[in-house]
Design a protein around this ligand. Structure first.
Ligand SMILES: [Zn+2]
Length: 281
């Protein structure tokens, strides 16, 4: 009888401890040891197996919660521009009477000689790999340089696939060759098309620019809120444009052309996406 009480007390303690600290790795070990002890002691008594079984189930649940690798979201990556620029104009957003160019040719590297659309695709492919390794489903709006895509067509890839985030990869250009740094771009709270997406788009943009800056060490130029980007306006899912750096700045351009720095960019953006969705890494 006394042994029965001890076993019950141990099992109750084990359950209580497991409930209090589901995510604390350090506190899980002692719990397992108590549970093991209970199983050993009561081996012959069938009725008493109930409690340890519950404890084992609790541990399985904890293990499931600790598995931070299970990414369930779909990310659409849009490598900006293309070697074949989409012709014509299209509305700034759904129902808008204001028209903008369907796409533009982008900038180019003063040192690397790369076209922006080439750099954008190189980094996008590395980002795809990084995200897939973390378990995300990834779809690209383009995976070659010779396909014309308008901004609406790009946004529709995210819309039609019901993506959880639409991440558009670009590099910046300026007449001032000293201009440098990275930024992200999202809609304003007063967006005429999908203002309800503002909070998520802003959070996605904040997390990406902060992680990108932390991982690469680049200047953090923050988030630019604007409703002038038709690709963002047409997106029915949270969207952000990542301006990775300035191709008109000799140092930043040379850096962005390297494999090592491109991998850091991909890791920084992926970390930001993880943080946006609440994954601890
Ligand atoms: Zn661009």
């Amino acid at each position: 009888m006394r042994r029965w009480k001890i076993i019950l007390a141990a099992a109750v303690l084990a359950l209580a401890a497991a409930g209090c600290a589901p995510e604390e790795e350090e506190e899980k070990e002692p719990v397992k040891k108590v549970a093991d002890l209970v199983i050993d002691v009561e081996g012959e008594d069938e009725e008493k197996k109930e409690e340890p079984d519950k404890t084992a189930d609790e541990e399985k649940q904890e293990d499931g919660q600790d598995n931070k690798q299970a990414r369930t979201q779909t990310i659409v990556i849009d490598p900006g521009h293309s070697a074949v620029v989409a012709e014509g104009t299209e509305p700034l957003g759904p129902g808008s009477t204001e028209n903008k160019a369907a796409d533009t040719s982008g900038t180019s590297g003063v040192v690397s000689g790369l076209n922006e659309y080439e750099l954008n695709l190189q980094v996008s492919r590395r980002l795809r790999t990084e995200l897939q390794e973390r378990g995300y489903t990834v779809i690209m709006t383009r995976d070659t340089n010779d396909v014309p895509l308008s901004c609406i067509e790009r946004a529709d890839v995210a819309n039609n696939n019901e993506a959880d985030a639409f991440v558009r990869i670009h590099a910046n250009g300026s007449e001032d060759s000293s201009a440098k740094g990275a930024m992200t771009i999202c809609i304003t709270p007063d967006n005429k098309f999908y203002p309800e997406l503002y909070e998520q788009a802003r959070s996605l943009s904040d997390n990406i620019i902060n992680c990108l800056s932390e991982v690469t060490g680049c200047e953090n130029d923050g988030v630019w809120e604007t409703d002038s980007m038709s690709g963002n306006n047409w997106s029915r899912v949270p969207a952000t444009i990542v301006e990775m750096g300035y191709m008109t700045n000799p140092d930043e351009d040379a850096l962005m052309a390297t494999e090592d720095y491109q991998k850091k960019i991909a890791k920084g953006i992926a970390d930001g996406i993880d943080r946006y969705f609440g994954y601890q890494g």
